[in-house]
Write a protein that binds this ligand. Structure first.
Ligand SMILES: C=CC1=C(C)c2cc3[nH]c(cc4nc(cc5[nH]c(cc1n2)c(C)c5CCC(=O)O)C(CCC(=O)O)=C4C)c(C)c3C=C
Ligand SMILES: [Fe+2]
Length: 350
């Protein structure tokens, strides 16, 4: 019998099909109507998204998407396409080294998005038709959150559970301290670190409503409990972000006093996890820091939240206060070590 393939499904959040307001509205509606993203009772969520967020935020977000749109579309999408192609190539090369034909393993790598396209249902149908012996799902989120990873895994479980022939499915829940990924983030900063002197490092992560962490664990105090990373808080988003930071700091050769962790992208008036990046910018300035280097370790690809929010908006805010440098380090995009890190995740599960 010919060896059945192993399917590798990389899943990121998703992005609009175009930077035009109707497409951004369609994207925001699909995304924000997900009960894991805005985790309030459904009627309230519908009213909030359809009555307030979609009508008012779509034109504003569309203008921001227009700034980063390229011939290849949205960066979140084209970086994902590049990563999938490069991972396919690495796995093909790995397989080609196997001389025993009966042990040669074929891999099929595909990219899907949780919202909009390429959609999880379409990509999963394509994989189903190839009759894989296993599906390895890797969400493109190093740190676990119910709103991101949880939503991706739930969607895939829902769809695959309806199949008549269900193959083995292996889910990666998170990889906040993956060695090669951490090294890749640090290496992305080397160019800037070689050319400029900085007086402090900022690690800015995507934020989350505090409520989502409290709901997920009775242990969570949204505070010093993140200082220790253990079996109790191993899937806590904030604790994972602090653990990523400790590993990244070690890789960069800096100490605890050299960096500050913060959380960006707040939406709405409910409390999100502290400290907020926009508050930290002011505190940094008041503490006398003028030259900041900023890493964005919850994003594996550059996107609206990095290229516009961090590299433009926060940059302008810091300079307006009198700061001299606010330099964002590119995300992993298709860095060779990131591809190796993904390849390791696949081979460990094959
Ligand atoms: C309640 C709102 C939101 C939660 C919770 C949330 C969690 C969350 N998001 C990401 C990753 C990304 N988010 C991106 C964009 C984005 N996020 C929100 C809101 C919440 N995110 C909005 C409204 C938007 C759209 C843009 C805007 O209008 O500001 C992106 C970028 C997408 C792109 O097209 O470039 C990413 C990536 C994670 C990892 C996460 C949970 C930790
Ligand atoms: Fe988000």
């Amino acid at each position: 019998m010919k060896n059945a393939p192993i399917a590798v499904l990389l899943v990121n959040l998703g992005t609009p099909d175009s930077p035009k307001t109707p497409d951004v509205r369609k994207y925001l509606r699909e995304f924000l109507l997900d009960g894991r993203v805005i985790d309030i009772p459904a009627p309230l969520r519908f009213a909030l998204v359809n009555g307030v967020i979609a009508p008012f935020r779509s034109p504003k977000s569309a203008a921001e998407y227009q700034k980063l749109w390229t011939d290849r579309g949205s960066p979140l999408l084209y970086h994902g396409v590049d990563v999938a192609e490069k991972l396919q190539h690495s796995l093909d090369e790995y397989s080609s080294k196997e001389t025993d034909k009966s042990k040669k393993q074929k891999y099929i790598v595909r990219l899907a998005m949780r919202y909009q396209s390429p959609s999880i249902p379409n990509v999963l149908s394509e994989l189903q038709a190839m009759n894989p012996k296993k599906i390895i799902v890797i969400p493109m989120f190093p740190q676990y959150a119910s709103a991101s990873t949880g939503s991706v895994l739930e969607k895939i479980m829902q769809l695959v559970s309806k199949w008549l022939l269900i193959p083995e499915v292996s889910f990666v829940d998170s990889y906040p301290t993956d060695k090669k990924m951490i090294q890749a983030f640090a290496l992305q900063g080397q160019e800037l670190l070689k050319t400029h002197d900085y007086d402090h490092y900022v690690f800015s992560y995507h934020g989350l409503p505090q409520r989502q962490l409290k709901k997920a664990s009775s242990h969570c105090k949204i505070g010093t409990c993140c200082e220790n990373f253990s079996a109790v808080n191993r899937l806590c988003y904030r604790a994972q972000c602090y653990e990523t930071s400790r590993h990244l700091a070690k890789e960069l050769g800096i100490t605890e006093k050299d960096y500050t962790v913060c959380f960006q992208s707040r939406l709405g008036s409910d409390p999100w996890i502290p400290p907020y990046t926009d508050d930290v910018i002011k505190e940094m300035y008041e503490e006398g820091y003028r030259k900041l280097i900023v890493f964005v370790p919850s994003f594996v690809a550059d996107c609206l939240e990095t290229s516009v929010e961090v590299a433009e908006t926060y940059h302008e805010d810091f300079l307006a206060l009198g700061g001299e440098r606010w330099d964002m380090v590119d995300s992993l995009n298709s860095h060779p070590l990131w591809i190796e890190s993904l390849e390791d995740m696949v081979l460990q599960r094959s």
